[in-house]
Design a protein around this ligand. Structure first.
Ligand code: NAP
Length: 262
């Protein structure tokens, strides 16, 4: 007998943590993945106190290329089957590409792109064989535009959008859905970790969302099998505009925004 679970990466804070609360509220057993085990355990305790759900915590560094296979091995060893996969873990780094730390950016590519791809590769075959399952990949509105002064991060999110939409189409008739969630600026630990200025005006307007509402939009979109979820009116307008504008013009506009948050 295997138990069906939702696996969420990056559940130790921000959007991933709020997603875990929503899944648990609806009775899903969960596997929580991130590096900070203490945070994951505290969340697991909170959720098992409030809801009738089983929680499994896996502390893993997704910058390690061997992490996805090890996670899949531990999931199987625990007799669990991943029916819902949320690839949410990710981070950014601000700065001119010529000055930013190469190792941090290469690890970012591993976390934001390679681990997400590898986990999908590992858990999809079972979903397809059973004609049920859902994947949610967390990208960003940043994935629709070139991102001077945060170039690698924006490019990783462009990959996530392209990959997710392509996979959704491949799986169209398999009973498995793929949703890509594209939040705009959201109050989490992301900005501080990326080296962005939290006091900047860009992070103080009504367009800045809270993690709970972003998680809700993604969760509902995933349940409905939506391919693309852009939460918030401001972000929807931004994405629609970006689709019409020239890439060179967009790069100039994004550069101005990025200059204002450093
Ligand atoms: P956050 O509060 O910093 O959460 C990031 C999560 O990713 C944490 O749980 C972190 O856990 C995990 N993570 C980071 N590096 C990891 C690694 N090497 N191995 C395993 N887990 C790792 O930021 P957030 O805003 O909720 O970010 C969630 C997703 O939303 C990210 O993909 C981000 O790019 C995307 N997003 C955020 C915004 C925003 O403005 N906040 C906007 C658009 C998109 P540990 O540190 O414990 O490992």
């Amino acid at each position: 007998m295997t138990d069906r679970v939702a696996l969420i990466t990056g559940a130790s804070s921000g959007i991933g943590l709020e997603l875990a609360r929503l899944f648990a509220r609806d009775g899903h057993d969960l596997v929580l993945v991130a590096r900070r085990q203490d945070r994951l355990r505290a969340l697991a305790d909170e959720l098992t106190d409030r809801y009738d759900v089983q929680l499994t915590v896996i502390a893993a560094d997704l910058a390690d290329p061997s992490a996805p296979a090890e996670i899949a091995r531990r999931v199987a060893a625990a007799g669990l089957e991943v029916e819902l996969l949320v690839n949410n873990a990710g981070y950014g780094l601000a700065g001119e590409f010529i000055r930013t730390d190469a190792a941090t950016e290469l690890r970012m590519i591993q976390v934001n792109i390679a681990a997400l791809t590898h986990l999908s590769k590992l858990f999809l075959p079972r979903m397809v064989a059973e004609h049920q399952g859902r994947i949610m990949n967390v990208a960003s509105t940043a994935g629709f535009v070139p991102g001077p002064l945060m170039a690698v991060y924006y490019a990783t999110k462009a990959y996530v959008i392209s990959f997710s939409l392509a996979l959704a189409e491949e799986l169209r008739q398999c009973g498995v859905t793929v949703t890509v969630l594209c939040p705009g600026a959201t109050r989490t630990e992301f900005q501080e970790r990326a080296g962005l200025d939290l006091e900047a005006r860009a992070f103080r307007g009504p367009w800045v969302a809270d993690a709970a509402s972003v998680a809700r939009a993604g969760y509902q979109g995933m349940l409905r099998g939506k391919r693309l979820v852009v939460p918030g009116v401001f972000n929807k307008i931004m994405v629609a505009t970006a689709r019409l504008a020239s890439p060179a013009l967009l790069a100039k506009a994004v550069r101005r925004v990025q200059e204002s948050v450093r």
